[in-house]
Design a protein around this ligand. Structure first.
Ligand SMILES: [Zn+2]
Length: 121
């Protein structure tokens, strides 16, 4: 476990430089797909890089991201989680979504297209 809880407000400072750089590239490439809430407080997204990876995590009411898992098998928060964090940061900074509650509502209504290709092993 990391000593400092990850939030949307601090992940740019708390994540290591390499996953941040790769995650930024993946996000900029528009490779973060299928973000959705699988059950209350638990989320998944797919990062469609060369080998698509599925990231899952929880978020509590203190804005803390935990239970981070990624099918890439690297130490988390990995570059895929970083990409998802950049994605969520951009979404919540956009005019049409101003806070996390609105973001959740937006993605709950989105058609479900996630397919679990890489089952956790
Ligand atoms: Zn990963």
């Amino acid at each position: 476990m990391r000593p400092v809880p990850i939030t949307l407000g601090n992940f740019r400072d708390e994540l290591d430089e390499q996953p941040l750089e790769r995650g930024w590239y993946y996000f900029q490439s528009n490779w973060v797909k299928s973000f959705r809430e699988v059950m209350p407080g638990f989320f998944e997204a797919v990062v469609e890089e060369v080998n698509p990876q599925a990231v899952s995590f929880s978020r509590d009411e203190q804005d803390i991201f935990a239970d981070i898992f990624c099918t890439c098998g690297e130490a988390v928060p990995c570059k895929h989680m970083a990409a998802v964090l950049f994605y969520l940061e951009a979404e919540t900074n956009r005019g049409d979504v101003k806070n996390w509650d609105e973001l959740e509502e937006k993605y709950k209504r989105k058609p479900f297209e996630f397919q679990k290709k890489n089952k956790a092993g």
